[in-house]
Design a protein around this ligand. Structure first.
Ligand SMILES: [Zn+2]
Length: 74
């Protein structure tokens, strides 16, 4: 697969952490499979992965709380 941002031709399989607001809460999903460009860092999610993420966020079973800190810019 070729990177659509920089044209690098060796986009590789990797895992990433997705942070997604859903129904007023922030969910952190670890170890999500992704294709990542080693040159510019752009990440590409397969449609099946997007669908699975949506299902997971609709039914977030086994979610454990993480510590987060909310700050105001000024
Ligand atoms: Zn790239």
């Amino acid at each position: 697969m070729q990177c659509g941002t920089c044209g690098h031709t060796e986009v590789r399989g990797a895992t990433t952490t997705v942070e997604e607001w859903h129904a007023g809460k922030l969910y952190v999903v670890r170890d999500v499979p992704v294709e990542r460009c080693p040159n510019c860092g752009e990440e590409y999610f397969a449609p099946a992965v997007m669908d699975a993420l949506e299902r997971l966020l609709d039914h977030p079973t086994n979610a454990e709380p993480v510590t987060a800190f909310a700050l105001e810019y000024a």
